[in-house]
Design a protein around this ligand. Structure first.
Ligand SMILES: [Zn+2]
Length: 121
């Protein structure tokens, strides 16, 4: 291939398109399509796949809605269970039983979601 320059330009656009797609997918999760679990699941899968392939991330609060172990959506009361204990919010994935733990007192500041600790059963 002699057109490496053109290829570079192409991959730049690709990343741009990927971020656009990521935004689009995140909005779908936002729109409370909670009755359609299959849709939410495939959106979750796509977000994880896109992020891995292009090195981009969805907004932190979107990641709270996605189980990274089984790559499905976590819908409170449906595919995830939320409990509060000892100042922590325990978000359990009903598919693979993974528990995501968030500190309750730091909930209002998004940056603390970075330090989300997880426990595996
Ligand atoms: Zn899971």
């Amino acid at each position: 291939m002699s057109n490496s320059k053109a290829k570079n330009k192409y991959s730049k656009n690709k990343k741009k398109n990927a971020s656009k797609a990521m935004l689009f997918l995140s909005n779908i999760l936002n729109e409370r399509n909670f009755t359609q679990t299959t849709l939410a699941d495939s959106v979750a899968k796509s977000i994880i796949r896109l992020g891995k392939r292009h090195g981009i991330r969805a907004k932190k609060n979107k990641y709270n809605k996605i189980c990274r172990t089984c790559q499905s959506s976590m819908i409170p009361g449906k595919s995830s269970r939320i409990r509060i204990s000892n100042g922590f919010i325990l978000n359990t994935c009903m598919t693979c039983q993974r528990i995501y733990r968030f500190r309750l007192d730091n909930q209002d500041s998004e940056k603390y979601n970075d330090k989300t600790s997880t426990i595996c059963n």
